[in-house]
Design a protein around this ligand. Structure first.
Ligand SMILES: [Mg+2]
Ligand SMILES: [Zn+2]
Length: 192
């Protein structure tokens, strides 16, 4: 018996989409996010951030900066009573020149390496997994692992909906933002 889990994308879902975030001042958490995460915490649902940070491999910013941003993200949320259970990132990018990270890895979304790592680190009920993000790569990831797929209209969300009308993979749910996605999840879990 494991816990329910929500895998949440970072850029465009938790924080304002700002291209490659190469300075901590460009990292701005949406104001509805603490409430969304508190609700998941209260309902004993794991909250795990999964994010592609290929800018590390491309030398757009350092891995130290990503770690610093994640520390700030976790602390700012914690100060508002919202706890992240885990943060997993992929530093890779295929064909980038970085000696370590310029590889075709198995963890860059939509590949599921980050999820497999989380499944080793936590006791998770695989029948109660959700993925929330603003891009189709998040939905493809959800499809791969058999999670419920939720697309948010923040970040790239609205544009992604337009450009993926004929994509065979479609979200199970589309919501305005992360908080509404959490309301949907709570309602699904309550009725199961
Ligand atoms: Mg995103
Ligand atoms: Zn990777």
């Amino acid at each position: 018996m494991g816990k329910s889990v929500v895998f949440i994308d970072r850029d465009g879902t938790i924080n304002e989409e700002a291209g490659y975030i190469n300075h901590i001042d460009s990292f701005k958490i949406f104001d509805f996010v603490p409430q969304a995460i508190r609700l998941l915490n209260i309902h004993n649902i794991l909250v795990i951030v999964v994010t592609n940070q290929g800018g590390i491999a491309r030398n757009y910013f350092s891995e130290e900066l990503v770690k610093e941003i994640h520390k700030k993200m976790a602390n700012d949320l914690k100060n508002k009573g919202a706890i992240l259970d885990g943060i997993y990132y992929c530093p890779h990018y295929p064909k980038a020149k970085h000696p370590l990270y310029g590889i075709d890895c198995d963890c860059r979304k939509p590949k599921d390496g980050l999820i497999q790592q989380a499944l080793r680190d936590f006791q998770i009920d695989k029948n109660r997994m959700f993925v929330i993000g603003d891009k189709w790569t998040d939905l493809e990831l959800g499809e791969k692992i058999g999670a419920k797929k939720i697309l948010v209209r923040t970040g790239y969300g609205k544009g992604e909906i337009l450009s993926n009308q004929n994509n065979p993979i479609q979200p199970d749910i589309i919501t305005e933002n992360l908080l509404y996605a959490v309301y949907e999840i709570l309602s699904i879990l309550k009725n199961n």
